[in-house]
Design a protein around this ligand. Structure first.
Ligand SMILES: *[C@@H]1O[C@H](CO)[C@@H](O)[C@H](O)[C@H]1NC(C)=O
Ligand SMILES: *[C@@H]1O[C@H](CO)[C@@H](O)[C@H](O)[C@H]1NC(C)=O
Ligand SMILES: *[C@@H]1O[C@H](CO)[C@@H](O)[C@H](O)[C@H]1NC(C)=O
Ligand SMILES: *[C@@H]1O[C@H](CO)[C@@H](O)[C@H](O)[C@H]1NC(C)=O
Ligand SMILES: *[C@@H]1O[C@H](CO)[C@@H](O)[C@H](O)[C@H]1NC(C)=O
Ligand SMILES: *[C@@H]1O[C@H](CO)[C@@H](O)[C@H](O)[C@H]1NC(C)=O
Length: 637
C-alpha cells in the first residue's frame, strides 16, 4: 500500500511538468523530401502560404493548401571542379562538398540566395520564384562573409530595411564576424579582437519608437580555446549594434561598427555551479522595448534548457553599464549610442575618443541574468533542438507568450509561459519518421507553424481549439491563449483577430487551471456515463481500459458507487484496471474517474456480469487477457 502512495505522489509531481495533452497527427499538410536533407534553411513571409526551403543543391518552393502541398524545385548545383577541389582538401567534410543553400532572404523586393558551393560560397538573386541570376547593381560583400563554406558551420542572416546582416561562426583559421553584407547602407564588420571563436545562435531586431534607436541583437557563444581543463570554455553572449551605424572615421573603425557591445549571459540556478553556457538558439518576442528573449542553452553533457530574459534589462545594461577594463568616466555622449552620423562632428575629439573606447573595450561589465533567476521548468527527458515563440493577445487584453519547442524525437511541445509559471499545453507527434526537428518558422498573422526534419516539412495551425473537447471545462483547462469558450455556439473556438473584449463572447482563463469560470460544477458532479456491459467467466481475467486524455488529471476506478477506489495497474494512454490483490473484479459496475482542478469527472464505466457463453468471455479464455483488452479498446473508438 505504501508503495502505491509513493507512486501516486511521484506521479503528481511529474504530471505538472509533463504535457497535459498528447496528440498524434496523421492527416496534416506535409511534404516529403525525395532525399534526406540534413541541413535546411527556411524563409517564410508572414501572411503567405509559401515556404522556401534551402536544401542540398536545391531550393524547394512549397505552397501549402488545405488539400496538400504544391512544390517547385529549383536546382542549384555546384560546378564539378568546385566539388573535386573540395573533396581533395576537405576530407573530413567530404559529405559537405556540395551546394547547400544556407541563405534565402528577401531584401526589399529581391530574393538573395547563397549556398556553400562545395567550399567556395556563391550568391544569386532569385527572380519570379523560378530563375537564379547573378547579383547585379547592388553592393554586396564577399559571399564567404554571408555563408560559411560548409553547412555544418552555423551562420545567421537577418534582413532589415533593405539591408542584409550576416553572422558567420568561427572555424579553423577564420575568426568569425558580424557584418552588414548587402543593401543601401555602408557595409560594416566586427573587429577580429571583439569576438572569441563565436558560434552564432540567432539574431533579432529590437525596434524602437524612434527609428534611429533601432538595434539588432546577435546571440552567440564564445569559446576560450586556452581555458584550463577545470575551466568552463564557453560563454554565452549577446552582441548589439545600431542599424543607423555607418562606421567610424578614416583613421579609426572606418569599415567597422561603432556601436558594437557584447554582454555575458548567464543561464542556470542563481550563482550555482550548474550553469548552461552554450547558447544554441535564441528568439525574441518584442513589442517596442518591452519584450522577452528566450535562449536555448546546453551544458557540457548536452542537456538542454530554456532561459527567459527581459529585453528591458538587457537594454538598460547596454546603455548604463560600465565597460570592462575602462574606469575613466565618459565625457560628452556615451560611446556606442545609436545616433545618426553627423559628418560635421565625426572628427571631433570627443567622437575620436569614443571610437577608441569602443575599439578596445567592447564588453560591458553587467551580466545578464534570467527572469526568475533559473531556467524554465520544462520536462527534462526531452532534448530540445529548435524553438520559436509567439506573443498572443488574450481575452483579458493582455499578451501571453507561447513557446513551440521542437525535440530530438521529432515532437513539438506547445508551452504557455506566464509571469507565474510554465504550463505545457500539449505535445504533438506529427512525423512518420522520428528524427530531430531541425528548423521551424512561425506565422502569427496567418496562424501557422512550419516544422522541418531531414525527411519532412509540415504545417500546423497555431489555434487548434477543436482538439480540446466539447465542454467549457475542457476548453478552459487547456490554458491555450489562442482558444476560448464561445458562449453563443457552445464551442471551444479560436479567438478572432481584433476581438473586442467588451462583447464578452468568449470565456478564457490563462493564469491558472481554473474552470470555475465555466460555472458548470453542479452539472459535472451529476454526469454519468452509461455502463458498457462485459460478460465474464468466473475463471478468466478481465482488464478494463480507461482512455487517458489529460496527463495532469489523476485517474482512479470506483466500484458500485462505493467510496473505495482502485488505482490503475499501469497507465500511459490508458488507465487499466486489472486483477491484482484486493481488486474484486467480479460482478458490478466499475467507473473510471478523472480528477483535475478539484473536479472529479466520470470518463467511462463498465458493468461486469458473470455469464458462460458470450463473446467477451470466450474470447478471453481462448485468446488471453491482452486481447480482451485490445477488443475493448477498439470498441471505445
Ligand atoms: C519575371 O517575370 C516578368 C513578368 O512575367 C518577366 O518580364 C521577366 O522577364 C521575368 N524575369 C526572369 C528573369 O525570367
Ligand atoms: C530598398 O528600398 C529602399 C527604399 O525604396 C532603397 O533606397 C534601397 O536602395 C533599396 N535597396 C535595395 C538593396 O534594393
Ligand atoms: C582563456 O583562459 C585562460 C586560462 O584561464 C586565460 O588565461 C585567458 O585570459 C582566457 N582568455 C580570455 C580571452 O578570456
Ligand atoms: C467594443 O464593443 C463595445 C460595445 O459592444 C463598443 O462600444 C466599443 O466601441 C467596441 N470597441 C472597439 C475597439 O471596437
Ligand atoms: C477562478 O476564477 C474565478 C472567477 O474568475 C475567481 O473568482 C477565482 O478566484 C479563481 N480561482 C483561482 C484559484 O484563481
Ligand atoms: C473455465 O471454466 C470452464 C468451466 O467452468 C472450463 O470449461 C474452461 O476450460 C475454463 N477455462 C480456463 C481458461 O481455465
Amino acid at each position: 500500500m505504501n508503495s502505491f502512495i509513493l507512486l501516486s505522489l511521484f506521479a503528481t509531481i511529474i504530471a505538472a511538468k509533463s504535457p497535459r495533452l498528447k496528440f498524434v497527427l496523421h492527416e496534416t499538410s506535409r511534404f516529403h523530401f525525395t532525399k534526406p536533407e540534413n541541413y535546411i534553411s527556411m524563409y517564410h513571409e508572414e501572411g503567405s502560404d509559401m515556404l522556401y526551403v534551402g536544401g542540398q543543391a536545391v531550393i524547394y518552393v512549397l505552397t501549402f493548401t488545405d488539400r496538400g502541398v504544391r512544390e517547385i524545385q529549383i536546382p542549384v548545383a555546384s560546378d564539378q571542379t568546385a566539388i573535386d577541389t573540395c573533396k581533395a582538401k576537405a576530407a573530413p567534410l567530404e559529405l559537405e562538398c556540395d551546394n547547400f543553400i544556407t541563405v534565402i532572404q528577401k531584401v526589399n523586393d529581391s530574393f538573395v540566395v547563397c549556398g556553400t558551393n562545395a567550399g567556395s560560397p556563391r550568391c544569386w538573386m532569385l527572380v519570379n520564384d523560378t530563375v537564379l541570376t547573378d547579383v547585379q547593381g547592388y553592393q554586396i560583400a564577399s559571399p564567404s562573409d554571408i555563408t560559411p563554406p560548409y553547412p555544418s558551420q552555423k551562420s545567421i542572416t537577418l534582413s532589415s530595411d533593405g539591408n542584409l546582416y550576416s553572422a558567420i561562426s568561427s572555424v579553423g583559421g577564420h575568426a568569425g564576424s558580424i557584418r552588414r553584407t548587402f543593401g543601401s547602407q555602408k557595409l560594416l564588420k566586427t573587429e577580429n579582437i571583439w569576438l572569441l571563436n563565436p558560434q552564432f545562435a540567432g539574431a533579432a531586431i529590437i525596434p524602437s519608437e524612434q527609428k534611429f534607436r533601432e538595434e539588432i541583437y546577435f546571440f552567440f557563444s564564445e569559446m576560450n580555446k586556452t581555458a584550463r581543463v577545470d575551466e568552463e570554455p564557453y560563454r554565452a553572449r549577446i552582441g548589439r549594434i545600431c542599424t543607423v551605424d555607418e562606421g567610424g572615421t578614416k583613421s579609426l573603425l572606418s569599415e567597422s561598427w561603432t556601436t558594437f557591445f557584447k554582454a555575458r549571459v548567464m543561464c542556470g540556478a542563481g550563482n550555482t555551479q550548474q550553469q548552461y553556457n552554450n547558447l544554441r538558439q535564441a528568439v525574441v518576442l518584442t513589442a517596442q522595448r518591452a519584450g522577452v528573449l528566450y535562449g536555448l542553452f546546453s551544458n557540457a553533457w548536452g542537456k538542454t534548457v530554456i532561459c527567459a530574459y527581459s529585453i528591458e534589462d538587457i537594454d538598460r545594461a547596454f546603455s548604463t553599464s560600465k565597460l570592462k577594463g575602462y574606469s575613466s568616466s565618459f565625457t560628452g555622449t556615451r560611446p556606442g549610442m545609436c545616433v545618426r552620423k553627423n559628418p560635421a562632428t565625426a572628427d571631433s575629439p570627443n567622437n575620436i575618443k569614443n571610437l577608441g573606447v569602443i575599439r578596445y573595450h567592447p564588453e560591458i561589465e553587467d551580466v545578464i541574468r534570467p527572469v526568475g533567476v533559473a531556467p524554465l521548468d520544462l520536462p527534462s527527458e526531452d532534448q530540445i533542438t529548435r524553438t520559436v515563440a509567439d506573443l498572443v493577445p488574450a481575452v483579458n487584453e493582455e499578451h501571453y507568450s507561447v513557446l513551440y519547442l521542437g525535440t530530438e524525437q521529432g515532437k513539438v511541445l506547445k508551452v504557455l509561459h506566464t509571469r507565474e509559471d510554465v504550463f505545457i499545453i500539449s505535445q504533438y507527434s506529427l512525423f512518420h519518421n522520428e528524427g530531430p526537428v531541425i528548423n521551424m518558422a512561425i506565422d502569427p498573422q496567418k496562424g501557422h507553424l512550419y516544422i522541418g526534419t531531414a525527411m519532412e516539412v509540415q504545417r500546423l495551425p497555431l489555434a487548434d481549439c477543436g482538439r480540446y473537447g466539447d465542454t467549457c471545462r475542457e476548453c478552459i483547462l487547456s490554458r491555450d491563449p489562442y482558444c476560448g469558450w464561445e458562449k453563443a455556439r457552445r464551442k471551444c473556438a479560436a479567438i478572432p483577430p481584433g476581438y473586442n473584449a467588451s462583447t464578452d463572447a468568449f470565456i478564457q482563463y490563462l493564469d491558472k487551471s481554473n474552470s470555475s469560470v465555466c460555472g458548470e460544477a453542479a452539472a459535472l458532479k451529476q454526469r454519468r456515463t452509461s455502463p458498457r456491459e462485459v460478460l465474464v467467466q468466473s475463471n478468466t481475467s478481465v482488464f478494463l481500459p480507461c482512455p487517458v486524455r489529460s496527463f495532469h488529471a489523476i485517474y482512479r476506478w470506483e466500484k458500485d458507487n462505493c467510496i473505495k477506489n482502485y488505482p490503475c495497474i499501469f497507465s500511459g494512454d490508458f488507465c487499466v484496471l486489472g486483477p491484482v490483490v484486493d481488486t474484486p473484479l467480479k460482478e458490478g459496475v466499475f467507473r473510471c474517474m478523472a480528477t483535475e482542478d478539484g473536479f472529479k469527472v466520470e470518463v467511462i464505466s463498465f458493468k461486469l456480469r458473470n455469464d458462460g457463453w458470450l463473446l467477451a468471455a470466450s474470447l478471453a479464455s481462448t485468446l488471453g487477457p491482452s486481447l480482451l483488452l485490445a477488443v475493448v479498446t477498439l470498441w471505445l473508438h
